[in-house]
Design a binder for this molecule. Sequence first.
Ligand SMILES: Nc1ncnc2c1ncn2[C@@H]1O[C@H](COP(=O)(O)OP(=O)(O)OP(=O)(O)O)[C@@H](O)[C@H]1O
Length: 332
Amino acid sequence: MSKPLVSVRDLTVEFVGNRRAHALDKISFDLQAGEVLGLLGESGSGKSVSLRTLLRLHPQRTTRISGSMEVDGMDVLALKGRELEAYRGGTASMVFQEPGLAFDPVYTIGQQITEAIRAHEALDHRSAMQRALQMLERVQIPQARRRYDAYPHELSGGMRQRAMIALALACKPRLLLADEPTTALDATVQIQILLLLRELQKETGMSVIFVTHDIGAAVEVADKIAVMYGGRIVEENSVAGIVHNPRHPYTAGLLASTVSTENRGKPLLAVPGSPPDLSALPPGCSFAPRCSNARQQCTSEKPQVISVNGERLACWNPVSPLLKEETELATA
Ligand SMILES: Nc1ncnc2c1ncn2[C@@H]1O[C@H](COP(=O)(O)OP(=O)(O)OP(=O)(O)O)[C@@H](O)[C@H]1O
């Protein structure tokens, strides 16, 4: 297999400001060019922190980061000044749940996309403007010329989301980070935006990391899924593997209902109990207090991540027997 576009190893993030939290604990994953990874998990599991860390958006003063992140051959943690600016919005860019985070209310949509292009590429104003217009057309904004001159508040939620996708893709990123891009929208608009994202991904060959609470959306858009719990990736597999053969008891709990594309829009089922307090994680598996499969080892020892044929699992006592044997072999 070719060298991955994204390679994250043992990425650990600790917030050390007023609100302390051990938000990410040694997460590792690879993503090939053109692959779509869905990050799935309950609120507070570390999905958004993972994306924001990949874009180096956390203030350095209050954030301790260790491990490594390589994107398109770049050591992302080592990037500084101009290189970091070129990376953000150039190599990697982000679509947020709320377009208000991407657009400044006092400039028009078109001005902002044009300026973003000029910040990354040596294009004259006219050429950048043309590219911005093409992007607005490509994301299927009707009357794109007129919308170019509109202010963000003059567009509907769905249109603003399309405009944000145009902004994120204007500089042809190799990696798109999408943080619950459809959660705030009506169900029909959600589907349209998901299909648009998938179409654009295929057309451009970019890789995408897509954060969602919505199982159906992950199934629709992703090639593989990483399930996060308490700041760790507890299971990673192909979409089919996760859906038809969940191995971690947490994944199995999340998928307790039948998963199909008809379930699009369906939130994750609640697993009984509450997520862990990230400022005081227990010594063993942080899911153990909620896990019906937990045994004594689970409360005292943190499970290692076992990797077999592209599947990853961190669990002492998984629900699926195949990896159970492999886990025992691998940790014997
Ligand atoms: N800047 C910060 N300072 C302190 N703690 C933070 C900061 N940002 C996030 N956290 C904490 O890190 C943990 C992970 O947050 P994150 O936003 O990644 O969760 P999430 O899985 O994306 O949840 P949601 O689905 O609700 O967005 C949470 O406990 C959150 O409170």
